[in-house]
Design a protein around this ligand. Sequence first.
Ligand code: UTP
Length: 242
Amino acid sequence: MAGMQGVTMPTHIVALGGSLLRPEEEELRAMWFGQLRQLAVHFEGNGRKLGIVVGGGLPAREAISLARNSFTDPYRLDTVGIAATRLNATILQQSLLEVGCKVCDRIPETTQDAAELLQSHSIVVMGGTTPGHTTDAVAVALARDCSAAHCVIATNVSHVHDSDPRVNPEAKAIEEMTLAELSEITGTEPLAPGESAAVDPIAVKWAIDAAIKLAVLDGRDLSRLEDALEGREFVGTLVRVE
Ligand code: UTP
């Protein structure tokens, strides 16, 4: 994995799906948070840098559906969604600060700002930036701005599938593919506010533009995230540049 320009320590970028914070599953959530904190402490201890982009999950879905009662403009709905991602980012940021990680005490609003903050902090946590895409795309943009060679997308499905596994029980999991093949599956149309997909089409487009390799995996099992971050084989989908 590439290091960041002007910085000797390797930088790793993760999109952490908001659904992983799962407020509806209290016991599992506490365990997952504990493991994530351990992973961050271990990572920092090894002198590596971590940029974490947190999704909106349940608070985003609830806030967007509440907002839809009074307006339908997608830009405004996205703005509501972004606020939820920043709320979740703050929870994770404070949780990591509490165990003594050198986390930036600000939640940056742009990926350029986050990339700069990663020069002086071990860990930077952020949420969404601007309307029109999800935090998957923000993570890819951050990887680009940090000159990282790859971006991990931790979500709540095991792999990218050849069709939507929620609709088609015969959908096949894909272990390895190219960004162009992924783009055929996701399409190129931006998602509607609050709409979910295995990977955001805008994230795929930006990954193609910046030649960023992706690892898509189930972040509920943090050993898979750790494997991908360590550059080991991991359970999930490796999306090659070509
Ligand atoms: P998420 O990034 O959480 O969407 O953004 P997601 O990936 O579908 O869901 P998770 O990862 O499982 O939580 C939630 C909503 O916030 C707005 C969009 O409306 C998106 O659907 N958003 C988020 C933006 O408009 N811009 C951003 O940079 C991030």
